[in-house]
Design a protein around this ligand. Sequence first.
Ligand SMILES: Nc1ncnc2c1ncn2[C@@H]1O[C@H](COP(=O)(O)OP(=O)(O)O)[C@@H](O)[C@H]1O
Ligand SMILES: [Mg+2]
Length: 355
Amino acid sequence: MTADVELDGLTVRFGSFTAVADANLRIRGGEFFSFLGPSGCGKTTILRTISGFIDPTQGAVRIGGQDMRGIGANKRPTALIFQSLALFPMMSVADNIGYGLRVRGVGKSVRQKKVDELLHLVALGDQGAKKVDELSGGQRQRVAIARALAVEPQVLLLDEPLSALDLKLRQHMRNELRAIQKRVGITFIYITHDQGEALTMSDRIAVMNRGRIEQVGDGRDVYNAPRTAFVASFVGENNAIVGFVTDVAEGMAVIEGKLGRFRATNPLGLKKGALATLFVRPEALRFGAADNSLAAITREIAYEGNLTHVGLRTAEDTHLTVLLSAGEAAPEMDAPASVGFDAARAIILPPRQDD
Ligand SMILES: Nc1ncnc2c1ncn2[C@@H]1O[C@H](COP(=O)(O)OP(=O)(O)O)[C@@H](O)[C@H]1O
Ligand SMILES: [Mg+2]
């Protein structure tokens, strides 16, 4: 049992403040879909609107094709996992998982069978009798998931559920969550401000900024083919070079600014004279000559084993980062260096609208 979720011109205002502006989106049934964006961009508001705790100011939420207007949170085919998990600490793991079923009047034997299934699903088969506060953070996380799944939602909504865990566990739980989603096959809608989480777990991602969805695509799309300056700088690290478009031809453009003249791809077809920002990833920058090159001074070399981050400063005080993989020679510290990049690996976009 699974359902698609449609946002149709969804707008949510709190007084005169617009928290979500005209969101249009169709999340497919069985998809692992993430909303990614900085704190305050409207992610929780979207999730609470889908689950029925907030009413849209305009537009609609449809689940499985049905308009959810007037349908209360407890009547929707959704379950929500909060950041805080909201488990009952003094109850056993099994009682926590079976709680929703008990409230709905499901008899003890059916309940026990279902709880056993769920304990196995989340790899807590032998932990049912423990109290929740005897568990580790990652185990608690899994209890919250099992409890939400117990009532057989068609859509599971997860609000930054891993943010309280330490880094190692968070990375482990990413795989775990993805595996659980594959096993149960229902739609997962996940929100996070952590791009690593979104990229590793999701079939598709909506990148949000100030209440607006700026781009929807799979991880590769949003990383390799950002379509706004915000997406280019929020998803992964990026170097930004500002200038004006001085020439355009066949999907490429040239920009000129205080750092020089650079050629790159022009996916949005910016016109001559437009103010623009060129983005080039740290891993696309190289020392030595290329299609485009500029002069800078090495100011920082951070060796991380498999990678080396090199920080550079240009004479105009622009900061650039170069990412070298193991085996690539790092330049000398505080020395002049020439860095270059291929035109095909850089992208020219309009400047950010909001700053
Ligand atoms: N009930 C509310 N009343 C007024 N403003 C709110 C309310 N809920 C959220 N907001 C505001 O809406 C914006 C988006 O909030 P939220 O959806 O929680 O962001 P996120 O989850 O992306 O961090 C924030 O500026 C927040 O202060
Ligand atoms: Mg939030």
